[in-house]
Design a protein around this ligand. Structure first.
Ligand code: T5A
Length: 225
C-alpha cells in the first residue's frame, strides 16, 4: 500500500509595521528545523514569483488611488499564486509553513482601516483561501509608535503603508487585537516589546503547546494501515 504523508502545519505571523514579525518568523523556522520539522519560510504579499511582482506594484503605491477594494483584490490575487505555488505544495509534502502576514493583514489594513464591507472580504477569502486556513496565527503586538520607530531605524525607505500617520497605525493595532479576540482558538497574542530572544521564547511556547506536543512526532512518511 502507498505511503501516506501527514499534512504539515500552517502558521502565520501578523501585526503592525515593525512589530518584529519577520525577525520572529525566521527564528521560529530555525527552531522548527532544529526540532526536526521540515519547514518553509514565506511572506505576503509575495512568496512566489508572480506574487512578488504584485507586491512591488502594491507597495509602490500605484494601486492606492483605486481604493482599498482594489488593493484587497490585488492582495488576494497575489495570495492565489502564493497558495498555489508555495503554501499548498509544502503543506501537502508534510512541511510546516511559516508565513509572515496572510489574510488577517487584508482584514486589518483593507477591511478595518479601509472600511470595506466584511462580507466582501469573507467572500474573497472563501473563494481564494478556501480550506487552507492557518492552524495558528501569532499576533505580535507592540505600541504603534515603537513599531514605526523600529521600522524607520532599519531603513530610510518608507512604503505606501508605513507612510500613514500614527492614528492609522494605532487603529491597525486594535484591528489585529480584535481579530485575535474573535478567533482565540486560532490566534494568540504575543507581547513584542521585549528583546527578540524573549519574544521568540514566548512564541515557541505557544507553538509547542498548541501544535507540537499534540503532533507527538515530526510529520514524516508513515505506512498506511
Ligand atoms: N499588507 C500586507 C496589506 O495592507 N494587506 C495585506 O493583505 C498584506 C499581506 C507589507 C505591507 O503590506 C501591507 C502590510 C505592510 O504595510 P512589508 O515590508 O512586508 O510590507 O512590511 P511589514 O510586514 O510590516 O514588515 P516590517 O519589516 O516593517 O515589520 P516586521 O516584519 O514586523 O519587523 P522586523 O522583524 O522586520 O523588525 C523591524 C526592525 O526591528 C528590529 C529588527 O531588527 C528590524 O530592524 N527588531 C527588534 N528590535 C528590538 N526588539 C525586538 N524584539 C525586535 N524585533 C525586531
Amino acid at each position: 500500500m502507498a505511503n501516506q504523508i501527514t499534512r504539515g502545519r500552517f502558521i502565520t505571523l501578523e501585526g503592525g509595521e515593525g512589530a518584529g514579525k519577520s525577525t520572529q518568523a525566521a527564528r521560529l523556522e530555525s527552531r522548527l528545523r532544529a526540532r526536526g520539522f521540515e519547514s518553509v519560510l514565506t511572506r505576503e504579499p509575495g512568496g512566489s514569483p508572480l506574487a512578488e511582482q504584485i507586491r512591488s506594484a502594491i507597495l509602490s503605491g500605484a494601486i492606492a488611488p483605486l481604493g482599498p477594494a482594489a488593493e484587497a483584490v490585488m492582495f488576494f490575487a497575489a495570495r492565489i499564486d502564493h497558495l498555489r505555488h508555495t503554501i499548498r505544495p509544502a503543506l501537502e509534502a508534510g512541511k510546516w509553513v511559516i508565513c509572515d502576514r496572510f489574510s488577517d493583514s487584508t482584514r486589518a489594513y483593507q477591511g478595518a482601516l479601509g472600511n470595506l464591507d466584511p462580507r466582501f472580504l469573507r467572500e474573497l477569502e472563501r473563494v481564494t483561501v478556501g480550506p487552507t486556513r492557518p492552524d495558528l496565527t501569532i499576533v505580535v503586538d507592540v505600541p504603534a509608535e515603537l513599531g514605526l520607530a523600529r521600522a524607520r531605524a532599519r531603513s530610510a525607505f518608507v512604503d505606501r503603508f508605513e507612510a500613514e500617520g500614527l492614528a492609522f497605525h494605532e487603529a491597525l493595532r486594535s484591528a489585529f487585537l480584535d481579530i485575535a479576540g474573535e478567533e482565540p482558538r486560532r490566534c494568540a497574542v504575543v507581547d513584542g516589546t521585549g528583546d527578540a530572544d524573549a519574544v521568540s521564547d514566548s512564541i515557541w511556547g505557544i507553538v509547542c503547546g498548541r501544535l507540537i506536543d499534540s503532533a507527538e512526532s515530526p510529520p514524516e512518511q508513515k505506512a498506511a494501515p
